[in-house]
Design a protein around this ligand. Structure first.
Ligand code: ZN
Length: 427
């Protein structure tokens, strides 16, 4: 090798090393000075350092115990409390509620729907919600949006979706030009179609609901044979099933078939909740939809009188069911059935939901867990998200007081990071 060639090789090597170092530094940051809340109720880490490389947390501990890599971008979080990104397990990004909204969006195209959903996903993320589960959206726009977010083409929370919810003819959610499925065979085919399209959950509607005029909220509309067939079909693919259910009887039948999760649970009674506890069945309460704090919201969107009446009729039973579920120690993951960022009582639907849990009997820490690590467990994604630990995604929110002392701390979100990228910074 000539001297010139050797020199050239050395120069190239230096450039290569410099490039690698710069590229590495560009993806490295450290959040310093904040207090990391411990979700297990242990003492928090005060004056903490969280090192983030790429999308993940690579070190976390008290200042002095963690080395901050050279060139890391530093985020000063002094005076804040750091928690995992919030999660909301019952979101329809394309939600259309009865009333004015329904009339305005009557002719919405699928492209317009996807754009409206993308805008909602971005707002949700800015509100501190870094993971959402979608139990039913239209035209698989939810699955396309999930892929777009994963590719970095759109900003939004991590999405776990069920694709289209499976409804039966004349059942809750069956109207509005929706395709319905009747009998075990059609439901099994429909479940497999969702799974094939990329759904990670199957959502079935087994009882009556608030948003459908007429019919008993407590009625068991899907037959036991249908319920069993669809749950069995989904489980064979390792896909979990969640059921819209207000009815103790329908819920109990579905638990016997291995149902994983119950949405709403308006009229759940103590024996059914004990059964859920025994089987490890999850409850996603969506308590905001039936409680007084959100009445101005429903009036503002032009909800018709029959809708408000149904809502209020379910409200008292729903609240009691939530209180009993907390007493019985049922697995609870936060979900709202409203957009995560929807204004509610001076905050967002997500935060108001967590606050309701505390008002219904949870400790502030339990309410915080219901919005973070518990949903991660529901999604079986607790190795990746749900708490601030080395190796997990850097989905981090900063608030200005301790939510383990008072859950209302979630009302003041100062920083939102998802996968190591800062989307909102009011520090
Ligand atoms: Zn819903």
């Amino acid at each position: 090798m000539s001297i010139n060639r050797a020199l050239l090789s050395i120069i190239l090597l230096i450039f290569l090393i410099a490039f690698v170092l710069t590229a590495n530094a560009a993806g490295t940051s450290a959040i310093i000075g904040g207090t990391v809340v411990d979700l297990d109720g242990n003492a928090p880490i005060e004056n903490a350092v969280i090192v983030i490389e790429g999308e993940r947390i690579t070190a976390i501990g008290a200042a002095g115990s963690v080395e901050i890599p050279d060139g890391a971008e530093q985020v000063d979080a002094k005076g804040t409390w750091l928690i995992p990104g919030l999660m909301n397990m019952h979101v329809h990004l394309g939600l259309i509620l009865p009333g004015k909204m329904k009339a305005e969006l009557a002719d919405e195209s699928e492209a317009a729907l996807a754009l409206r959903m993308a805008a909602a996903a971005r707002e949700a993320l800015l509100a501190g919600v870094t993971t959402i589960r979608l139990p039913g959206d239209r035209a698989h726009a939810d699955l396309d949006l999930m892929r777009a977010i994963n590719k970095g083409q759109a900003d939004g929370p991590r999405i776990f979706s069920s694709g289209e919810a499976l409804t039966i003819t004349a059942g809750h959610g069956s109207k509005g030009g929706k395709r319905n499925y009747d009998g075990p065979d059609e439901l099994v085919k429909a479940a497999r179609t969702q799974i094939s399209a990329g759904a990670k959950w199957i959502k079935i509607l087994i009882s009556g609901g608030i948003a459908t005029a007429g019919g008993d909220l407590d009625a068991v509309l899907m037959t036991p044979g249908e319920i069993h067939a669809v749950i069995d079909a989904a489980h064979r693919f390792g896909v979990k099933v969640t059921a819209h259910s207000g009815s103790p009887t329908a819920t109990s039948i579905a638990i016997d078939s291995g149902l994983d999760c119950v949405e709403h649970g308006y009229f759940l009674d103590r024996p059914t909740l004990k059964k859920m506890k025994e089987h490890g069945t999850w409850l996603v309460p969506t308590i905001v939809v039936s409680q007084p704090a959100t009445e101005p919201f429903f009036k503002a969107i032009g909800s018709p009188p029959w809708y408000l009446e149904r809502r209020n009729s379910a409200g008292k039973a729903h609240w009691k069911a939530l209180q009993m579920a907390i007493e019985e120690g049922v697995n609870i993951a936060l979900g709202t059935d409203q957009l995560p960022h929807e204004p509610n009582d001076g905050t967002t639907a997500t935060v108001r939901e967590a606050q309701y849990y505390a008002e219904a009997g949870m400790t502030p820490l339990q309410a915080l867990r219901s919005a973070t690590i518990e949903p991660a467990r529901l999604l079986e994604a607790e190795d990746e998200i749900g708490s601030l630990e080395t190796g997990k995604y850097a989905d981090i929110v900063a608030v200005d007081s301790d939510p383990a002392e008072d859950i209302k701390a979630l009302r003041n979100i100062l920083l939102v990071m998802k996968g190591g990228k800062v989307y909102r910074n009011n520090l």
